[in-house]
Design a protein around this ligand. Structure first.
Ligand code: SF4
Ligand code: SF4
Length: 77
């Protein structure tokens, strides 16, 4: 059976549940590498969710601990 899990790359990166993000921007402000930004598109809540710029994440986890929503933003490696 095929796995539905995201392949591990060994490179830290945030994974965001875009439909559950409330666009509070706490993670964007807190990220020391400034590698998070708002999407151009609205989610099902009608707000622009956070997205990863694609590079720069060092896996510090600050965004995870800053997000007030459980498991909307997690760090994978
Ligand atoms: S883990 Fe750290 S560097 Fe990576 S996106 Fe989150 S706050 Fe930024
Ligand atoms: S802190 Fe969480 S809810 Fe707020 S913008 Fe970031 S991912 Fe979305």
């Amino acid at each position: 059976m095929a796995s539905t899990e995201t392949p591990r790359t060994g490179i830290p990166h945030p994974v965001i549940n875009a439909d559950e993000c409330k666009s509070c921007m706490r993670c964007i402000v807190a990220c020391p590498k400034k590698c998070l930004r708002l999407s151009e598109h609205l989610n099902r809540r009608g707000v622009k969710p956070v997205e990863y710029s694609g590079e720069g994440c060092v896996g510090c986890g600050i965004c995870f601990y800053t997000c007030p929503e459980p498991y909307v933003l997690v760090i994978e490696k």
